[in-house]
Ligand binder design. Structure first.
Ligand code: EZ4
Ligand code: CO
Length: 409
């Protein structure tokens, strides 16, 4: 069996997705997700111009060999563009292997180890009343865990918070990127945020009780001592986790956070290689691995980092935003179903248009996700429909302090 060709498709059913389709001489095809929010065309070019020609003639069954060939062979290792491109190839080859075997990918990874995966949705609100309504809506939808983000007095526009009074295409969560040729500008005030967020969780616990798992994302905005302060002030509300409390580059900063708080920490959605987790895992500075198959080089390295994390009782909390395509989401669901140290799965829920273009087998029932029983990844792209949704420039917002200077993501 040989690879005949590899095609790159960029489609925008409500948001941009980059999908790789690997075609074999047996007529079996595999899909991979290479969506890099706000930098989609760079990955499409990397795949089309530099990777697709190398795949022709290769044996699609040799997944490890192809992964190492693209990773070690490029000389220029790692980086989000490279690793998203390698991820798409890796996923497509697992998809092909599963289809040839007649088995869903999770079977090739060792088989189902749980009946389904606990998922959390994204509740938010500009007022406590609208936040409460959003949490209720998630619970009614079956979610057994929710991420809670709220507007903060003193910050005009805050990422991750939906203004439910403004009509939008988003039913439950928010869409990280706004269409347009320049990013929207938002503002930030760490002191106002740290003062306010614990009050929100106090109200949420009062209304929803002690048992509901609650998560919160700080989107890399705090210094280590600020993160320590927030983690400590959230302790009475028994968080499932505090996510991305500081920028990820300074990993030693997490030692300081750890010394001061028992609030569990989740990090890694912008990481793209096992090496990015080496210190955080081996020094037990985090509790949850936030990688996604799409931005981390695919299923192969995601499985490896989780086996490394298992040595330290660190669990998965894979990144599942709308900018991971249904193909990428399925890839991580197959991993999560098979590993011992699964923790929780983020599920932001794609739009109807996205779900029509990508035909899927995954399910969300009684709060649990499952990748389905279709051979391979279980996701197919309707190319005719996809062609109706050409690429549209869209970007994550940028953040400025009130003095105009840029702030961390
Ligand atoms: O900002 O997916 O936890 N989820 C998140 C997301 C990310 C976007 C980045 O593209 O933090 O909203
Ligand atoms: Co996040």
């Amino acid at each position: 069996m040989k690879i005949l060709s590899a095609e790159v498709m960029v489609t925008s059913p409500d948001r941009n997705f980059v999908t790789l389709k690997v075609i074999t001489d047996d007529g079996v095809t595999g899909l991979g997700d290479a969506t890099l929010n706000g930098r989609e065309l760079a990955v499409a070019s990397y795949l089309r111009d530099h990777i697709a020609p190398l795949l022709i003639g290769r044996n699609p069954h040799q997944i490890e060999d192809t992964w190492q060939y693209l990773y070690r062979g490029a000389y220029w290792r790692r980086g989000p563009v490279t690793m998203a491109a390698i991820a798409a190839v890796d996923m497509a080859l697992w998809d092909i292997k599963g289809k040839v075997a007649g088995l869903p990918v999770y079977q090739l990874l060792g088989g189902a180890y749980r009946v389904g995966m606990l998922a959390y949705g994204h509740a938010s609100g500009t007022t406590y009343a609208s936040l409460s309504e959003s949490i209720h809506a998630h619970l009614e939808r079956g979610f057994l865990a929710v991420r809670v983000q709220s507007s903060v007095p003193g910050i005009r526009k805050l990422y991750g918070v939906v203004n439910h009074s403004e009509p939008s295409g988003v039913r439950f969560g928010y869409e990280p990127a706004d269409r347009g040729t320049r990013p929207v500008e938002e503002d930030w005030d760490s002191a106002a945020y740290i003062r306010y967020v614990p009050k929100v969780f106090e109200q949420v616990r009062q209304e929803f009780g002690a048992e509901l798992p609650l998560l919160h994302d700080a989107h890399h905005r705090l210094t280590p001592i600020e993160a320590a302060k927030l983690g400590q002030r959230l302790e009475p509300y028994d968080m499932f986790w505090l996510e991305d409390c500081t920028p990820a580059e300074n990993q030693q900063g997490l030692r300081l956070v750890r010394q001061h708080t028992i609030t569990p920490l989740a990090i890694g959605e912008v990481f793209n290689a096992v090496w990015d987790f080496q210190q955080l895992i081996s020094e037990q500075l985090i509790d949850y691995v936030r990688a996604s198959a799409t931005h981390f080089g695919g299923i192969t390295p995601l499985r490896k980092v989780m086996d490394f994390a298992a040595l330290y009782q660190i669990r998965s909390g894979f990144h599942g935003p709308t900018d991971v395509s249904p193909v990428g989401l399925a890839a991580q669901l197959h991993v999560g179903l098979a590993i011992h140290n699964f923790g929780i799965q983020e599920y932001m829920e794609h739009s109807d248009a996205t779900n029509t273009v990508f035909r899927q087998n995954m399910t969300f029932r009684n709060g649990l996700m499952h990748p389905g029983e279709a051979p391979g990844l279980g996701v197919e792209l309707d190319e005719e429909l996809a062609a109706n949704f050409p690429y549209q420039a869209a970007y994550l917002p940028v953040t400025r302090l009130h003095d105009g200077s840029m702030h961390d993501w």
